[in-house]
Design a protein. Sequence first.
Length: 162
Amino acid sequence: MPTETVMTETFLTRAGYEKLRHDVEELKKRKVQLSHDIAEAREKGDLSENAEYHSAKDKLGEVMSRIDSLQDKLQGAKLIDEIKAPKDTVAIGRAVTIKDDEGDESTYTLVGTDESDPDAGRISVYSPLAQGLLHRKAGETVTVEMPSGARQFLILKVGSPS
Protein backbone atom coordinates (compact mmCIF):
# COMPACT_ATOMS: atom_id res chain seq x y z
CA MET A 1 0.00 0.00 0.00
CA PRO A 2 1.58 3.33 -1.04
CA THR A 3 2.21 5.88 1.65
CA GLU A 4 1.00 9.41 1.20
CA THR A 5 3.51 12.20 1.68
CA VAL A 6 2.08 15.25 3.40
CA MET A 7 3.89 18.47 2.59
CA THR A 8 3.51 21.43 4.85
CA GLU A 9 3.98 25.01 3.79
CA THR A 10 7.30 26.51 4.77
CA PHE A 11 7.54 30.28 4.63
CA LEU A 12 11.05 31.43 3.73
CA THR A 13 12.82 34.58 2.67
CA ARG A 14 14.80 34.26 -0.54
CA ALA A 15 18.00 34.15 1.56
CA GLY A 16 16.52 31.39 3.74
CA TYR A 17 15.52 29.42 0.66
CA GLU A 18 19.04 29.73 -0.81
CA LYS A 19 20.57 28.68 2.53
CA LEU A 20 18.44 25.51 2.60
CA ARG A 21 19.44 24.74 -1.00
CA HIS A 22 23.10 25.21 -0.08
CA ASP A 23 22.66 22.97 2.98
CA VAL A 24 21.18 20.21 0.80
CA GLU A 25 24.13 20.43 -1.61
CA GLU A 26 26.61 20.22 1.29
CA LEU A 27 24.74 17.23 2.75
CA LYS A 28 24.80 15.49 -0.63
CA LYS A 29 28.60 15.91 -0.70
CA ARG A 30 28.75 14.48 2.83
CA LYS A 31 26.58 11.55 1.70
CA VAL A 32 29.07 10.72 -1.08
CA GLN A 33 31.97 10.84 1.40
CA LEU A 34 30.13 8.61 3.89
CA SER A 35 29.29 6.13 1.13
CA HIS A 36 33.00 6.04 0.29
CA ASP A 37 33.86 5.51 3.99
CA ILE A 38 31.39 2.61 4.18
CA ALA A 39 32.93 0.98 1.10
CA GLU A 40 36.41 1.29 2.63
CA ALA A 41 35.22 -0.16 5.94
CA ARG A 42 33.65 -3.12 4.08
CA GLU A 43 36.98 -3.91 2.51
CA LYS A 44 38.48 -4.38 5.99
CA GLY A 45 36.57 -7.61 6.47
CA ASP A 46 34.43 -8.60 9.49
CA LEU A 47 31.70 -5.93 9.70
CA SER A 48 30.24 -7.18 12.97
CA GLU A 49 33.10 -5.65 14.96
CA ASN A 50 33.98 -2.80 12.63
CA ALA A 51 33.16 0.41 14.53
CA GLU A 52 34.09 2.64 11.57
CA TYR A 53 31.56 0.84 9.38
CA HIS A 54 28.71 1.10 11.91
CA SER A 55 29.49 4.74 12.67
CA ALA A 56 29.54 5.66 8.96
CA LYS A 57 26.26 3.76 8.37
CA ASP A 58 24.60 5.64 11.27
CA LYS A 59 25.87 9.00 10.01
CA LEU A 60 24.74 8.19 6.48
CA GLY A 61 21.22 7.47 7.75
CA GLU A 62 21.15 10.80 9.60
CA VAL A 63 22.42 12.69 6.54
CA MET A 64 19.88 11.05 4.24
CA SER A 65 17.07 11.83 6.68
CA ARG A 66 18.19 15.48 6.87
CA ILE A 67 18.39 15.72 3.06
CA ASP A 68 14.83 14.35 2.77
CA SER A 69 13.57 16.79 5.40
CA LEU A 70 15.19 19.82 3.75
CA GLN A 71 14.01 18.79 0.29
CA ASP A 72 10.44 18.50 1.62
CA LYS A 73 10.73 22.02 3.04
CA LEU A 74 12.08 23.35 -0.24
CA GLN A 75 9.30 21.66 -2.20
CA GLY A 76 6.62 23.21 -0.01
CA ALA A 77 8.36 26.57 0.35
CA LYS A 78 6.49 29.79 -0.18
CA LEU A 79 8.77 32.75 -0.64
CA ILE A 80 7.81 35.56 1.69
CA ASP A 81 8.64 38.28 -0.82
CA GLU A 82 6.11 36.75 -3.24
CA ILE A 83 3.21 36.89 -0.76
CA LYS A 84 0.81 39.67 -1.57
CA ALA A 85 -0.72 41.65 1.28
CA PRO A 86 -1.59 45.33 1.66
CA LYS A 87 1.56 47.32 2.54
CA ASP A 88 0.03 48.82 5.69
CA THR A 89 -1.06 45.46 7.13
CA VAL A 90 0.93 43.18 9.46
CA ALA A 91 1.89 40.12 7.41
CA ILE A 92 4.67 37.58 7.14
CA GLY A 93 7.85 39.24 5.91
CA ARG A 94 6.93 42.62 7.37
CA ALA A 95 8.47 44.47 10.28
CA VAL A 96 6.09 45.67 12.96
CA THR A 97 6.90 48.09 15.76
CA ILE A 98 4.72 47.68 18.85
CA LYS A 99 4.39 49.18 22.30
CA ASP A 100 3.37 46.80 25.06
CA ASP A 101 1.11 47.54 28.03
CA GLU A 102 4.19 48.46 30.09
CA GLY A 103 5.29 51.12 27.58
CA ASP A 104 8.19 49.15 26.09
CA GLU A 105 8.69 49.37 22.32
CA SER A 106 9.90 46.46 20.20
CA THR A 107 10.28 45.81 16.50
CA TYR A 108 9.84 42.32 15.07
CA THR A 109 9.91 40.89 11.59
CA LEU A 110 7.43 38.05 11.04
CA VAL A 111 9.14 35.07 9.41
CA GLY A 112 8.63 31.35 8.90
CA THR A 113 9.51 28.93 11.67
CA ASP A 114 12.84 27.95 10.10
CA GLU A 115 14.13 31.53 10.15
CA SER A 116 12.80 32.48 13.56
CA ASP A 117 15.37 34.14 15.85
CA PRO A 118 13.67 36.20 18.58
CA ASP A 119 17.00 37.59 19.83
CA ALA A 120 17.51 39.09 16.36
CA GLY A 121 13.93 40.42 16.22
CA ARG A 122 12.65 37.69 13.88
CA ILE A 123 9.60 35.87 15.26
CA SER A 124 7.70 32.94 13.83
CA VAL A 125 4.45 33.84 12.15
CA TYR A 126 2.98 30.98 14.21
CA SER A 127 3.98 32.48 17.58
CA PRO A 128 1.16 33.79 19.79
CA LEU A 129 2.34 37.39 19.39
CA ALA A 130 2.54 37.20 15.60
CA GLN A 131 -0.84 35.48 15.39
CA GLY A 132 -2.37 38.32 17.42
CA LEU A 133 -0.80 40.98 15.19
CA LEU A 134 -1.50 39.42 11.77
CA HIS A 135 -3.81 41.36 9.46
CA ARG A 136 -3.83 44.39 11.78
CA LYS A 137 -2.74 47.96 10.97
CA ALA A 138 -0.74 50.73 12.61
CA GLY A 139 -2.77 52.53 15.28
CA GLU A 140 -4.70 49.42 16.32
CA THR A 141 -4.52 48.06 19.85
CA VAL A 142 -4.70 44.29 20.10
CA THR A 143 -5.05 41.93 23.02
CA VAL A 144 -2.91 38.84 22.62
CA GLU A 145 -3.17 35.70 24.73
CA MET A 146 0.45 35.01 25.65
CA PRO A 147 1.74 32.05 27.70
CA SER A 148 2.02 34.46 30.65
CA GLY A 149 -1.55 35.74 30.18
CA ALA A 150 -3.36 38.35 28.09
CA ARG A 151 -1.28 41.38 27.04
CA GLN A 152 -2.16 44.51 25.09
CA PHE A 153 -0.05 45.89 22.29
CA LEU A 154 -0.36 49.11 20.29
CA ILE A 155 0.86 48.74 16.71
CA LEU A 156 3.00 51.80 16.04
CA LYS A 157 4.35 51.03 12.58
CA VAL A 158 4.18 48.40 9.85
CA GLY A 159 6.88 48.32 7.20
CA SER A 160 9.59 46.51 5.33
CA PRO A 161 11.96 44.26 7.29
CA SER A 162 14.91 46.06 8.80
